[in-house]
Design a protein around this ligand. Structure first.
Ligand code: GLC
Length: 644
């Protein structure tokens, strides 16, 4: 990140603060000095009177700094010296629901060896802060950010788990829902009772005048279960802004009190051992009339200020943006212009995920190459979170322009993908479910596990072993890209065993309505054991092949996330190719998206310095005669020069 000198004005304000305060720990003082400019700039861009926020904010920061445990302070120091710690090829993420993976926090402690055998260094446990009673959007409706779900354990258990994970070299990631709280949260309860202080924490309206005006430009996130963006609250006699479900109340970030609450909360959780904050639905936190109320500039100024707070008190901490938005908007979350390198450290690469599924369906990589080649480049201090599946549905974020550039209609291609992955398209092997069909826009999002979308469920049902093989190859191809693109790859629990859709959600009253639960399976430990003991079983093949890819990635310096993948022009429409230019030499990755063998010109490799291409995955040299590389069906190659 670039550092900027303080302006004379900022210097004066900081000096006044220092003088007024009690003696400061030297480390704290140095970091405050270092990041004060970023903090103050962020606040000034959003709040009319930032100076009045500094007193209480500094108090919060000092308190948490004082209380920060010694082992975390040491981690702070380590990471200030090795700022690229999260960009290294050794980083491997794993995402799971605590209860579905291991029952409880204590249960997760017992599964550390499993995570370590996969090479995991980063663990995202799905929402575990105390949610409202079901329904609660899989925990994304939090009623108390300072306690945890009772069925998972206590705060002490969480803290102990975080410590054990850290000792095992695994960073714990926690969801931080910034946009809304449950209507049962203390702030909302007080607001409902008419307390004006807390009514200012939310967007509440006496009548429909303003809500109607906002609605003109607002999209609907859950058109099926929660149409509209406002909900009438009979108790408060007000319309409340509720972007997601009616019981998820949007917070008013224009209120400085809300900022202070979250600064306090982040530091408090960081002191419990949380190392990564997944900033849930961050795109939505600022509202502006006449817009879709997403990606507003204030979002980035607020993030910058919060990030500076964390950098001063707990620099070991990482921010991860959950912004599923268009590329030009997305890149802002990693910092552009004045925010370069000053906001989130990582962000989900939604487009890469969508394009992998799109190319698997079409067997054609031209749209993928077009979309990813046009992708804005990210700050070198940040990293993408690459993934193939997550707990959410897949929305077909295919830009019309990109589609047109390769001779497709965006609308028709999106329709094709929904048809394909819901199994309606003739010849499709996928078993997905349509999520949130929107008749107004024609949108049909897709739920389903990676393996079921890749065709494994259908193949097994038909006893089609060749189909099952192809499905595994598809899944491995997808994961090879996730692991080899650059960034923090996120393995979604169950994919390492090729777990299928889990239809039991239909019998669970609190889940039956929301088919995203079809791809939120329970861990199948019997399969996990079989995978380890029988490498020829389906799960064993997936598990061992994935573990091998992980091991190769970890020993390949070219995957450091400071470097970006440069997408190559598709010389063969079925082959996706990119180069990663590293000081040690180039790495070219090739992926065959079709069921047929394909050929790729060797000249393309030679032009990038690979005259003796060596595939790091198979640990074999590539035959250089004949001018073409042969790629087996769904082959993936990570090529470097010689045997390096
Ligand atoms: C994020 C979560 C999603 C949730 C939404 C509202 O998009 O990933 O599961 O429904 O935020 O909190």
């Amino acid at each position: 990140m670039f550092s900027r000198p303080l302006t004379p004005d900022q210097r004066r304000i900081l000096d006044t603060l220092n003088v007024a305060a009690q003696p400061m720990d030297e480390m704290f003082a140095v970091r405050l000095e270092r990041h004060f400019g970023e903090l103050y700039e962020g606040l000034t861009a959003v709040y009319p009177d930032p100076k009045t926020m500094l007193g209480p904010l500094l108090e919060i920061m000092r308190q948490h700094y004082r209380e920060r445990p010694a082992d975390l302070k040491r981690l702070d120091l380590e990471r200030t010296l090795a700022k690229d710690w999260f960009q290294r090829p050794e980083m491997i993420g794993y995402v799971c629901y605590t209860e579905r993976f291991a029952g409880s926090f204590k249960g997760v402690e017992k599964k550390l060896d499993y995570l370590q055998s996969l090479g995991v260094t980063y663990l995202h446990l799905m929402p575990f802060l105390k949610p409202r009673p079901a329904p609660n959007d899989g925990g994304y409706a939090v009623m108390d950010y300072r306690s945890v779900r009772e069925d998972l354990g206590t705060m002490d258990d969480l803290q102990s788990l975080a410590t054990k994970l850290r000792q095992a070299g695994i960073s714990l990631c926690c969801d931080l829902v910034l946009n809304h709280v449950a209507q049962e949260h203390e702030w909302a309860v007080k607001a409902r009772l008419g307390d004006p202080k807390y009514q200012r924490y939310f967007y509440m309206f006496k009548d429909r005048t303003l809500p109607d005006q906002y609605e003109r430009t607002l999209p609907e996130i859950f058109p099926d279960f929660a149409p509209g963006n406002f909900t009438w609250d009979a108790q408060a006699q007000r319309w409340v802004w509720t972007t997601f479900n009616a019981w998820q109340w949007d917070l008013n970030w224009a209120n400085p009190e809300v900022f202070l609450e979250f600064a306090d909360l982040i530091l408090w959780l960081a002191n419990k051992g949380i190392e990564v904050f997944r900033l849930d639905a961050i795109a939505f936190i600022w509202k502006r009339m006449g817009t879709n109320c997403q990606n507003q500039p204030e979002v980035h100024a607020i993030t910058q200020a919060l990030r500076a707070v964390a950098r001063i008190v707990a620099p070991a901490v990482l921010f991860k943006a959950e912004a599923i938005v268009a590329p030009d908007d997305l890149i802002q979350y990693l910092g552009q212009g004045v925010h370069f390198g000053l906001v989130s450290d990582t962000a989900y690469h939604n487009s890469l995920m969508v394009q992998i599924w799109s190319s698997l369906a079409s067997r054609d990589t031209r749209l993928m190459a077009q979309a990813l080649r046009g992708f804005p480049s990210k700050p070198y201090t940040t990293a993408w979170n690459t993934y193939l599946r997550c707990h959410d549905d897949i929305g077909w974020a295919i830009a019309d322009d990109d589609a047109a550039a390769v001779g497709l209609s965006g609308e028709a291609h999106r329709r094709f993908l929904s048809d394909y992955y819901s199994g309606r398209f003739p010849g499709s092997q996928a078993r997905g479910l349509v999520f949130q069909e929107n008749p107004r826009t024609g949108d049909r999002r897709i739920s389903g596990s990676g393996a079921s979308l890749a065709g494994l469920e259908q193949a097994l049902e038909h006893g089609d072993m060749q189909g099952a093989n192809l499905a595994l190859e598809r899944l491995l191809l997808g994961y090879a890209i996730v692991l080899g693109f650059g960034g923090i790859p996120l393995l979604y629990m169950g994919d390492e065993l090729a777990l299928l859709n889990d239809y039991r959600y239909l019998e669970e009253p609190e889940h039956a309505m929301d088919n995203r639960w079809v791809h939120r399976p329970r861990m199948d430990w019997a399969k996990a054991h079989r995978a380890q003991s029988d490498p020829h079983s389906i799960e064993g093949r997936m598990y061992h092949a994935l573990r091998h890819l992980i091991a190769v990635r970890k020993s390949t310096p070219h995957f450091h996330a400071s470097i970006e993948a440069e997408i190559l022009e598709p010389k063969n429409p079925h082959v996706f190719a990119y180069v990663r230019r590293h000081p040690l030499g180039n790495l070219v990755a090739l992926y065959n998206f079709s069921e047929e063998p394909q050929y790729y010109p060797l000249g393309q490799l030679a032009e990038r310095g690979l005259t003796q291409p060596f595939d790091r995955i198979s640990a074999k040299s590539i035959a250089v005669s004949g001018g073409l590389v042969r790629l087996e069906p769904f082959a993936r190659l990570w090529l470097t020069q010689g045997e390096g």
